[in-house]
Design a protein around this ligand. Structure first.
Ligand SMILES: *Cc1c(COP(=O)(O)O)cnc(C)c1O
Length: 379
């Protein structure tokens, strides 16, 4: 039998071993890891809500009202008033009839895909889709087709192929992200919506990195382009710009009722804490408010300070080899900046990179100092 230590040594030898970093204080731009004081350019807390005083007070109050645990899965006795209020809030934000929340975005992705498609069906994904979408597709047992990143022509030819190879009742599901998590670029979402609609397939869009950052009131890229009604499943997470944790999918009522009956990561998992659900609903309100707009303005100023052409809060600096990416990352860390090296299998081999993320919580002068450090000049 293979020894795990040997596997770990192999990872170390190829620069692929990963380790946990422990923050001793809250999640914010100024962090402490052991004796080091660092500026954090690696968080997905794009609006700085993870440590927002108003939301912290709401969380504490909600604990007083509902307690801390939900005690059971949603279908047993774990559905409490805040869960339903949250689902109404996210459905309204996404302009759909209904929504379902999950304990994480990962669970939302796998639960939804496996409930919608099975072995008679076909899933077509963008090559750079997040692990949760890929795992959902694999777990579903459906036939999988992958199109090169953002390549709508290849998507169309997969859709034509699917049309020929599908039998009467079977489903075809197209899956993409709107903002890609490791590249920060945008999907050609309108073209994808049009191609999918004209072939009669279903479309699922993961807006994990778009919500809170892009679109009117931070409602995402689908809202920005006005294509919400062409997307069957608008999926995402509360763990990035919304500042907390949990996942959701927004869809028509019948689909949501079907997910309640078939999404295994929903059914066989304890409901999220009611106090958490109540706080997420308040965070969604904040994201869509005027104060959300000011946070977004600040976020975008910070983003453009690092890269005037950036299209999201994620700015990749592709280095190539693992060791080289690790070396730049540790140089940055010596200067007081936390920018981890992202390596295979999170990104394809040979494309190891630094993934810089900006937040509204960053001080502009810190962002300027970071840029002026010149450590990113090999872009
Ligand atoms: C982070 C992420 C998820 C998973 O969401 P969690 O709530 O963190 O589990 C899903 N899809 C994409 C694109 C993500 O970046």
């Amino acid at each position: 039998m293979r020894d795990p230590q040997q596997d770990l040594d192999d990872l170390s030898a190829s620069g692929l071993r990963r380790e946990l970093r422990i923050l001793s204080g809250p999640q914010r731009p100024d962090i402490e890891i052991g004796p080091e004081q660092l500026l954090n350019f690696s968080s997905n807390d794009y609006l700085g809500l993870a440590n927002d005083d108003g939301l912290k007070a709401i969380y504490q109050e909600a604990i007083g009202k509902y307690g801390i645990g939900s005690g059971a899965s949603r279908l047993v006795s774990g559905t409490m008033a805040p869960h339903i209020e949250l689902e109404e809030a996210i459905a309204a934000m996404k302009k759909t009839a209904a929504a379902l929340t999950f304990s994480s975005g990962f669970a939302a992705a796998t639960g939804t895909i496996t409930a919608v498609v099975g072995k008679e069906d076909i899933v077509i994904l963008d090559k750079l889709c997040h692990a949760s979408l890929i795992d959902g597709a694999k777990m579903s047992g459906a036939t999988i087709r992958v199109f090169p990143h953002n390549n709508v022509e290849k998507l169309k030819s997969h859709l034509q192929w699917a049309d020929k190879n599908q039998s009467g009742q079977s489903r075809v599901l197209v899956v993409t992200e709107s903002v890609f998590s490791m590249d920060g670029d945008l999907a050609p979402l309108k073209e994808i919506c049009e191609a999918t609609r004209s072939s009669g397939a279903l479309l699922m869009v993961d807006e994990a990195h778009a919500v809170g950052v892009i679109g009117p009131q931070g409602r995402g890229l689908a809202a920005e382009l006005g294509v919400e009604d062409m997307i069957d499943f608008q999926m995402g997470t509360f763990s990035k710009a919304v500042g907390l944790s949990g996942g959701y999918v927004c869809a028509e009522r019948a689909w949501i009722d079907w997910l309640i009956n078939r999404a295994r990561s929903f059914i066989y998992s304890t409901a999220p804490s009611p106090a958490l659900a109540e706080t997420i609903a308040a965070a969604l309100e904040k994201v869509q408010s005027d104060s959300g707009d000011s946070l977004r303005e600040k976020l975008w100023r910070n983003i453009h300070c690092v890269d005037p052409s950036a299209t999201s809060a994620i700015i990749p600096v592709v280095i190539g080899e693992n060791e080289a990416a690790l070396a730049v990352s540790s140089q940055l860390r010596e200067k007081g900046y936390l920018v981890p090296a992202i390596r295979f299998p999170t990104v394809p081999r040979g494309t190891a990179r630094l993934r810089i993320t900006l937040s509204a919580a960053h001080r502009e002068e810190d962002v300027k100092k970071f840029v002026a450090s010149g450590l990113l000049s090999n872009r």
